[in-house]
Design a binder for this molecule. Structure first.
Ligand code: ADP
Length: 177
């Protein structure tokens, strides 16, 4: 019994979050350095429901979270309605437009579609607590950080899979249920 309890306490957010150790890194969007084409590539090359927005790839400082469907809608409508928005147009999530050469095509401000305070936990948070937070707050996803740097993501489905796995490994449920 004690061993079981120890086991369940030892699963941490870092054990459940994606990407896993040898997986390709998290697909992120930078706050002011990507073009329409860069973000369209992230959308077509992955199927994720959303993307963390960071200050820069080097810093991995989290600034927000943006949903895939909101990006698609906003880019599509900007390409249709807004004169001059093209593949090389810059997309920015900051308050102010990043400095650019005067010959650049018009850029696209998408700050309004970004969740400015996505729920965040550290990689050392016990999964028991993570499960509780997902239940109580009704989260769809949660971002994982270490020393302020973005490390990974846990979705509701990841949590449900983790719960199912725990139930399978629970000797009581195997022996007595
Ligand atoms: P769901 O978990 O409901 O299928 P997603 O399609 O968004 O939701 O995520 C699929 C898997 O990819 C999950 O295991 C999740 O942790 C992971 N994931 C989600 N968003 C990203 C991202 N931006 N970069 C890398 N992995 C991600």
């Amino acid at each position: 019994l004690e061993a079981k309890e120890e086991f369940s306490h030892k699963t941490l957010a870092m054990d459940v979050m994606r990407p896993r150790r040898n997986d390709p890194s998290l697909t992120v969007i930078t706050q002011d350095s990507m073009t329409v084409a860069d973000i369209e590539a992230a959308i077509t090359e992955t199927t994720y429901s959303g993307f963390p927005v960071v200050v820069s790839r080097e810093s991995q400082r989290l600034v927000g979270f943006v949903l895939r469907r909101d990006l698609i809608i906003s880019i599509e409508s900007a390409r249709k309605k807004r004169e001059g928005v093209v593949s090389t147009s810059r997309i920015y999530f900051t308050e102010h437009m990043p400095p650019q050469p005067p010959t650049s095509p018009p850029s696209l401000k998408l700050r309004s579609i970004m969740d400015l305070s996505p729920f965040t936990i550290t990689d050392q948070t016990p999964m028991e607590i993570v499960v509780d937070i997902f239940r109580k707050l009704g989260l769809r996803q949660c971002l994982v950080t270490h020393n302020g740097r973005l490390l990974g993501i846990i979705t509701k489905k990841d949590v449900l899979k983790h719960i199912a796995q725990m139930a399978n490994q629970d000797p009581d449920s195997i022996l007595f249920n």
